[in-house]
Design a binder for this molecule. Structure first.
Ligand code: URA
Length: 465
């Protein structure tokens, strides 16, 4: 008998997983299953056609699903290809006999699923990079930022957490032909599909975007083919800065000679699944000039996934780069001494930096620290966000303005905002000064700032318990 599984939504990977587990436990072979997803135009079309899944066989062993399988599925199931559910179930079925089957990259089934997963990852990345919000004033006088985007795959819900984290303090809506997301600072509401006409056409913010884009446009990186691949023309119509591209390209050749070639693409690839993979990823990252300066990236250290708290500095310094450990130089020693005084054991938390490589100016034998630009911090934020996803700290302490920018995505004033500055995705973000700031002061100014630093750490310590 054929079992017909009707999934409630095209992106409902949880529903697929539950059904697939039940089918394996019931011993239903892949050839005996048909998977339906709701057609956009007629969501209830298949509702009556579903057949109940038989109960588990009494002797059924636990379902086996390797990490490699789960990570492949998470992406492949969001593809528009209707056969994806069937292919995924065939691989899950195979896993019950060969638990490592998903790791066999040469296997035709694994390859097919991988070919589905890749464009989904790209689509997720493109949405993160190319959504452009336009400001509208709502009837109640509130400002809301609205964006229009046309995803190729079922990635809208999968991307919601990213936009909530990044734009936590704004009210925003993302409209797509597949559905809409609306954030009011507290929760995300889902709405029906929209059309481009529902989205505003432009606003004064666009001038800001254009100015920003022109200032970060790097002619040395201009490869028109690569640029079109990274920023396909279909997204240009939603991007105010795209109007500048023809002129910027025209002027680029002349400026190119004066600039240093840096990484050609900021496609960070698939999110790392472990902190070890993240450490490898940051070391290999060439997405900005700092990543290309020949230094080794410095990974975070501490209790790892599930750590009680996270402390974020600006970037590794000379000593940190040599020893491949964060906070081991002079500023790190000041920090560690004060943490200990405040009763904060760094081994219970996770120490890391907003920027992963050491930006410096070589002068003779010494390498002089250089402050990263906002653009460089913003580039590295992709890694910091992934690190937060993996460590999942409930309390985060930003040391100084660069760390605050990496965490909050905006410029913050330490003097005006120190203390608890934001709640993001269930985590509190706290702000205090960077210990290197204390090292640059002396006399009464140093005493006063040190006292404030001690008070901030005491408050943070009390919070983390
Ligand atoms: N300063 C930082 O911000 N991070 C380090 O790891 C060392 C010094």
């Amino acid at each position: 008998m054929t079992i017909r599984v009707s999934l409630p939504a095209s992106d409902d990977t949880d529903a697929w997983r539950d059904a697939a587990r039940a089918l394996v436990l019931a011993g239903v072979e892949p050839d005996d299953v048909t998977w339906d997803e709701p057609a956009l135009a007629a969501p209830d079309l298949f509702a009556d056609a579903a057949t109940p899944i038989p109960p588990p066989r009494p002797d059924a062993p636990a379902v086996r699903a390797s990490k490699a399988f789960l990570s492949l599925m998470r992406m492949a199931l969001l593809h528009r290809e209707p056969a994806r559910f069937d292919l995924a179930y065939r691989l899950l079925w195979r896993l019950q006999e060969r638990p490592r089957a998903a790791e066999d990259a040469a296997d035709p089934l694994v390859r097919r699923l991988d070919h589905l997963a890749r464009p989904v990852r790209r689509d997720i990345h493109k949405m993160r990079a190319f959504v452009r919000f336009r400001s509208v004033i709502e009837p109640d006088g509130e400002e809301r930022y609205v964006a229009w985007f046309e995803p190729e795959h079922h990635i809208l819900r999968a991307n919601a957490g990213f936009f909530v984290r990044r734009f936590a303090s704004m009210h925003w809506s993302i409209l797509t032909p597949q559905g809409t997301l609306h954030w009011d600072g507290i929760s995300v509401q889902e709405g029906p599909p929209a059309t481009r006409l529902d989205a505003p056409a432009g606003d004064p913010l666009e001038d800001l975007w254009r100015t920003y884009y022109a200032s970060i446009f790097n002619p040395a990186r201009l490869k028109v083919g690569a640029m079109l691949k990274e920023m396909p023309r279909k997204y240009w119509k939603n991007m105010p800065e795209a109007a500048l591209i023809p002129d910027l390209i025209a002027g680029a050749q002349a400026r190119e000679a004066a600039m240093v070639e840096v990484g050609a693409s900021a496609d960070f690839g698939a999110p790392p699944e472990t902190l070890a993979a993240l450490a490898g990823g940051i070391d290999a990252c060439r997405a900005c000039a700092i990543g290309c300066n020949g230094t080794r990236a410095v990974a975070g250290e501490g209790a790892g996934e599930g750590a009680a708290f996270m402390i974020v500095g600006e970037q590794p310094g000379d000593n940190e780069e040599r020893e491949s450990r964060p906070f081991v130089g002079p500023a790190g020693q000041v920090l560690r001494a004060h943490l200990s005084r405040a009763g904060i054991d760094p081994a219970r938390g996770w120490l890391t930096n907003a920027v992963k490589h050491f930006k410096h100016q070589p002068t003779g034998k010494r390498r002089l620290h250089q402050t990263p630009t906002a653009g460089e911090i913003d580039h590295c934020r992709w890694w910091l966000d992934r690190e937060r996803d993996l460590v999942r700290p409930r309390h985060i302490l930003a040391l100084g303005a660069s760390a605050a920018r990496g965490l909050l995505g905006r410029t913050a004033s330490v003097q005006r905002e120190r203390g608890l500055v934001a709640e993001q995705d269930g985590a509190e973000v706290w702000l205090t000064c960077h210990p290197s700031y204390l090292l640059r002061l002396d006399g009464p100014a140093r005493e006063a700032e040190e006292a404030r630093f001690i008070a901030d750490l005491a408050a943070f310590s009390q919070r983390i318990g």
